[in-house]
Ligand binder design. Structure first.
Ligand code: PAF
Length: 285
């Protein structure tokens, strides 16, 4: 496995693989890899000849008030983990090459980027879509793997790829959870031991919602109300949003039908956590 830092070098290496007819699988990350990321690398390893993992804490997806500076970084450990999973290349560019002075171009997947997490993080998905398209242009993967944990991000990337005719297949892999249900996230490491215990309330509220739907509840207000009740019992938790939306357009759903997404963001102390569940009535209603 090699680590490449330069844009020219990753592009020429990937071109070589493509010309030799190799299938490239790609996992974009911001590093500090956890089992959620590793599940994506494993899947990519199974399905491709060459596996490329990018590690880049992307400044354009953080607002000035957010945690860009203190976002955990641990390239040494990430290299060991990627090697163990059989990745071929880590691409770890420098911000000054990805966004040189005078950089001006951004990708805005409108509407999908303004709802849910976009309400409290208005520029976030513009930064995500921009960096992901730049990475796709450099790596030119056949398939790229993203986690369902960032459900809105996955919807936006799929839409960007469709709208801009980017020749890459997007695969979205299930959320990987801790034993008690907490969704794996690099930000979990910000939690104090007490907050860590309380953070399980996100997945507990989702579990309750799924149970209600299984028992026949279809009114989303009632489901959301119950979820709010569960979360608000924890003093340390402050709800950003709980929404039930259609999976494709992310529009609000008033009565559960077919395929929808229950998504929530909750501050546990100073840490903002997200989680979600897909409801597919045909499959699991
Ligand atoms: O999901 C993430 O870690 C990031 O948003 C991504 C896709 C690597 C873009 O910076």
């Amino acid at each position: 496995m090699i680590v490449i830092r330069k844009l020219k070098q990753i592009y020429s290496s990937c071109q070589k693989y493509k010309n030799a007819g190799k299938r490239i699988g790609f996992v974009a990350t911001m590093g500090t890899l956890h089992p959620g990321h590793l599940s994506l690398i494993k899947k990519a390893r199974k399905e491709n000849d060459i596996v490329i993992v990018s590690i880049f804490v992307n400044p354009s997806q953080f607002a000035p008030s957010e945690d860009f500076k203190k976002y955990p970084r641990n390239l040494k450990k990430d290299i060991v983990l990627c090697k163990k999973e059989g990745a071929d290349i880590i691409f770890a560019p420098e911000a000054k090459e990805m966004y040189p002075a005078g950089y001006r171009t951004f990708v805005d997947v409108s509407e999908l980027s303004q709802c849910l997490c976009g309400k409290s993080r208005p520029m976030h998905f513009r930064g995500v879509a921009t960096v992901v398209l730049k990475l796709f242009n450099l790596v030119q993967p056949d398939t790229a793997y993203f986690g369902q944990k960032d459900a809105q991000q996955a919807v936006i990337i799929k839409k960007m790829v469709a709208d801009l005719n980017v020749p890459v297949l997007i695969k979205v892999m299930p959320i990987v959870r801790e034993g008690d249900g907490l969704a794996m996230s690099s930000r979990n490491r910000y939690l104090s031991p007490e907050e860590r215990d309380e953070a399980v309330v996100l997945s507990r509220a989702l579990k309750e919602a799924k149970m209600m739907i299984k028992q026949g509840e279809r009114n989303t207000d009632i489901i959301i109300q119950r979820m709010r009740g569960i979360i608000m019992r924890k003093k340390i938790a402050k709800i950003d949003y709980i929404s039930i939306v259609y999976l494709d357009g992310l529009n609000m759903v008033s009565a559960i039908s077919d395929k929808c997404l229950i998504a929530l963001a909750v501050h546990i102390g100073k840490t903002r956590l997200i989680d979600n569940a897909i409801i597919d009535l045909k499959k699991n209603g």
